[in-house]
Ligand binder design. Structure first.
Ligand code: ZN
Ligand code: ZN
Length: 383
């Protein structure tokens, strides 16, 4: 793939001033910064291209070489420009060269210094997610489920403060209370949670021996959860205050139960309605008759098949569907007939069917309609 022109990459004209180049670069770098483009896989490689272009165009000598020879100035074969100061590598690690620009960018992107100020000492506990798979019958009935959630609860020894015997916390020496430290990674600067204080901005001189200063301990919590009738895959049930305990007495997070309703071997759910495909014999479909079908509550319903039913015929059983969550509404159940062609016939059965077929010229309305349409089609093609 041909390398893109550096001016084009930055979106400036050839002959742009150093100031214009710098301005264009800042705008592009901000737009494509990986921290802002987690969902865009192209952004990172474009971000690198932009950096590479800027590395060349901001440097008088490299820019002059690029203007004269293009990319060839840097790909080694040319000699010339490459032998210059510093042995320039376009994809190398040149983080230090950018620190002035990145100071700026990060001030903007993070928007945290100044605005947010110091890290909060009492951080809110994490929300927890618990995935619960239930059957369609359970979703129909509603249920109470006992679940075990690994979580963090407030430490009983220090009552969640993290400090032994009520000693006061100190400002963290590593991050000076910011809760974050900055590090060079590849060729850009990243901010991450301070490893000394875990982002709290404070350390404890005499940490509680039970929780090592966190104010909370890992524990498996047993909860009894009410799952209301009518839940669907994707329904979230929020249990306020059942998430992780906060750090050092911070507020507790919430627990979210994410419901997944398993596929059912007989019923297919469509919102509140249930669909069920029922095979019927050729003879029953032709003669009519009663069949018995299952219902989601575990019962059975008798359904009358009208004489001469075709495959695909639908019948509705009112209020035999699913309840609608937090209402009194109930969906319907739909039965769809599937007329089955018999297989593995004996000689006697075949003989009877052949005899039957000879007598049934007037009994197949679909066939009659189809073949008369086909005849009309062929006639029109001849004309
Ligand atoms: Zn403790
Ligand atoms: Zn710290």
């Amino acid at each position: 793939m041909a390398k893109r022109d550096y001016y084009e990459t930055l979106g400036v004209a050839r002959g742009a001033s150093a100031e214009e180049i710098k301005k264009a670069y800042r705008a592009k770098a901000k737009e494509l910064h990986p921290d802002r483009n987690a969902a865009n896989p192209d952004a990172e490689s474009r971000f690198k291209e932009v950096n590479e272009a800027y590395e060349v165009l901001k440097d008088e000598q490299k820019k002059a070489a690029y203007d004269r020879f293009g990319h060839a100035a840097f790909d080694g074969g040319m000699g010339g420009a490459r032998g210059g100061a510093g042995g320039f590598r376009p994809n190398g690690d040149f983080a230090s060269a950018f620190s002035d620009v990145f100071d700026d960018l990060f001030g903007d992107i993070m928007g945290q210094r100044g605005a947010q100020g110091r890290a909060r000492a009492a951080a809110r506990g994490n929300d927890l997610r618990y995935n619960l798979r239930i059957s369609l019958e359970e979703a129909h009935q509603g249920l109470t489920k006992t679940i075990q959630v690994p979580t963090a609860v407030a430490c009983g020894t220090c009552k969640g403060t993290g400090a032994e015997g009520g000693s006061e916390p100190l400002t963290c020496p590593t991050c000076s209370g910011m809760g974050k430290v900055r590090a060079q990674q590849g060729f850009f600067t990243v901010e991450r949670t301070c490893p000394t204080c875990n982002g709290l901005g404070q350390t404890i001189k005499n940490p509680c021996k039970t929780c090592h200063g966190a104010g909370r301990v890992e524990k498996e919590k047993t909860l009894s959860v009410n799952i209301p009738a009518g839940v669907e895959t994707g329904t979230r049930i929020r249990l306020a205050g059942e998430g992780e305990a906060g750090m050092r007495g911070g507020p507790t997070g919430d627990l979210y139960i994410f419901i997944e309703v398993k596929d059912h071997p007989i019923f297919v759910r469509d919102g509140a309605d249930l669909h069920c495909r029922v095979p019927v014999s050729m003879a029953t479909a032709a003669l009519g008759g009663d069949i018995e079908v299952p219902t989601i509550d575990g019962g059975r319903a008798r359904v009358k098949i009208p004489e001469g039913s075709q495959t695909g015929r639908q019948m509705r059983l009112r209020s035999k569907g699913m309840p609608v969550l937090r209402t009194k509404d109930v969906g319907d159940m739909f039965i769809e007939l599937s007329v089955e062609t018999p297989v593995n016939l004996t000689a006697r059965q075949k003989e009877l069917l052949r005899e039957f077929d000879k007598l049934s010229e007037q009994n197949n309305p679909q066939s009659a309609g189809f073949f008369s349409a086909v005849k009309g089609f062929w006639d029109s093609m001849k004309g």
